[in-house]
Design a binder for this molecule. Structure first.
Ligand SMILES: *[C@@H]1O[C@H](CO)[C@@H](O)[C@H](O)[C@H]1NC(C)=O
Length: 448
């Protein structure tokens, strides 16, 4: 549909009268917007004190993979994809991995966490095995684990910051063992089981499996890695992410011994990539998520488009923000499809929607251009408040969900605009769409 300014706006209203007259009374949870665009053709706060007694590990679920049966499993099901999430904290790694890692949902995730109070954070994830409270270590047995106490107004800062890192450790300094007034503010002490990780990996994964090993365990890494090197356990590992904790006191580990271990890892070609679940990033995140915008896509990355003043004739396009459930979205899209105008239409869809309803979105993609919103709806006005790493995770996730159904999105309709939003979109190659006019209006009231 072509037209100059005046006729365009008339056409806009005519088109909208038809579509929205039909569904006006149903409009609640979404905006339909119009613009003129270049369009692509196509704690639980338990009482915490150092006197907390040993809690029986009721939440500990033993590994579900039968030991000693690896070979049989392989013959039957083929190699598995496995993530070993050691030092799982508040499920920040599970979240980041499932949101962004290529094919992340097809990995069985084993999370090891020593603080039993953190177990509920994992409850929503499927294809997941939680070992909690369990400390990964260089040997089996029991050990005293220290964990951060719950926040209270006079808790004090950690290294100058009012930081709730929610973490625990099996190695603490003498002053930290005195209670929550020092260092990492450990106020909770429990005796928990240790698992010899090197042996566990050999017994519970197969050489043929694709195993990603993430290790962030506050100093326990030295004993674990030394044993893994000695026993050749890195043959079971395909990719290794982690963090060394040089400053924590580990009994028996001098600076020299730590350095020696690192150079042994280097000389054996065992490379550790950075992983920081709490900061929503990992070392090869950009490499694994290269920008892939279809060739010939109009516009430039990070630029806001709300009209197509490109010199040629104006084109009318319909930009539809879909933020409702499946039923209402289906109804709206099929109504638009049936309209005889056949105008270019771009449907902007959240990442979680395409994850839940892939067939619907794939069907839409045959007729409509599919753009992205965020990975999921945020509470009103919260999107622009997020930091750059959360924004990146969200857009990487939304793009990844689309790619899983064969769509390479180029357009993004942000839930709020700021320089940070624009920069994040630019880094992902996304063109930002803002409508010329919107329906329903987001000011005033809808009643006639
Ligand atoms: C660990 O402690 C539990 C509970 O007190 C006990 O039943 C178990 O035998 C201990 N395990 C080892 C290896 O010491």
């Amino acid at each position: 549909m072509l037209g100059n300014g005046n006729t365009t706006s008339k056409v806009v209203f005519v088109a909208f009268g038809l579509i929205l007259g039909y569904s006006l009374s149903l409009l609640q949870n979404f905006n339909t917007t119009v613009n003129i665009l270049p369009t692509a053709s196509h704690d639980v706060p338990l009482r915490s004190s150092l006197d907390d007694s040993f809690r029986s590990p009721v939440l500990y679920r033993p590994p579900q993979i039968p030991q000693g049966k690896e070979q049989t499993l392989q013959e039957k099901d083929g190699p598995r994809k496995i993530l070993l999430d050691c030092g799982a904290n508040v499920a920040s790694t599970v979240q980041l991995f499932r949101e962004t890692y290529p094919d992340g949902r097809n990995y069985i995730i084993h999370s090891f966490e020593l603080d039993v109070r953190l177990a509920p954070y994992f409850a929503s994830y499927s294809n997941h095995v939680l070992h909690c409270p369990v400390a990964v270590a260089g040997e089996d047995g029991n050990i005293t684990a220290y964990a951060e106490s719950a926040w209270k107004p006079d808790k004090g800062a950690v290294a100058g910051k009012d930081m709730q890192w929610g973490g625990g450790a099996i190695y603490a300094s003498e002053s930290e063992k005195q209670g929550e007034i020092h260092g990492r503010r450990f106020g909770v002490k429990n005796v928990i089981p240790m698992v010899d990780l090197s042996t566990w990996i050999q017994e519970n994964t197969a050489l043929e499996d694709y195993v990603i090993f993430k290790l962030d365990v506050e100093g326990a890494e030295y004993e674990i890695l030394e044993k893994m090197v000695k026993e050749g356990t890195f043959r079971w590992v395909d990719k290794f992410y982690g963090e060394f904790h040089d400053s924590f006191p580990i009994p028996g580990w001098s600076v020299q011994r730590k350095q020696q271990l690192r150079s042994t890892l280097n000389s054996q070609g065992i490379k550790m990539l950075d992983w920081a679940g709490e900061y929503k990033k990992y070392q090869d995140m950009e490499e694994l998520h290269k920008v892939e915008i279809p060739e010939g896509t109009p516009g430039a990355a990070g630029v806001v488009y709300s009209n197509c003043a490109t010199g040629g004739p104006a084109r009318l396009a319909l930009t539809v923000q879909l933020g409702m459930g499946r039923k209402a979205a289906h109804k709206l899209v099929e109504t638009i499809r049936a309209h005889p105008s056949n105008m270019p239409v771009t449907l902007f869809v959240y990442g979680d929607f395409v994850q839940d309803f892939p067939d619907l979105v794939m069907k839409w993609a045959v007729r409509f251009t599919i753009g992205i919103r965020e990975n999921a709806p945020f509470p009103a006005d919260h999107w622009v408040l997020q930091n750059a790493d959360v924004m990146r995770m969200s857009l990487v996730s939304a793009v990844q969900r689309m790619r899983e159904v064969g769509i390479r999105p180029a357009y993004y309709y942000p839930d709020g605009l700021s320089d940070r939003v624009k920069d994040t979109a630019k880094n992902r190659g996304l063109r930002i769409i803002q409508p010329t006019t919107k329906f329903p209006p987001n000011l005033g009231k809808l009643e006639l």
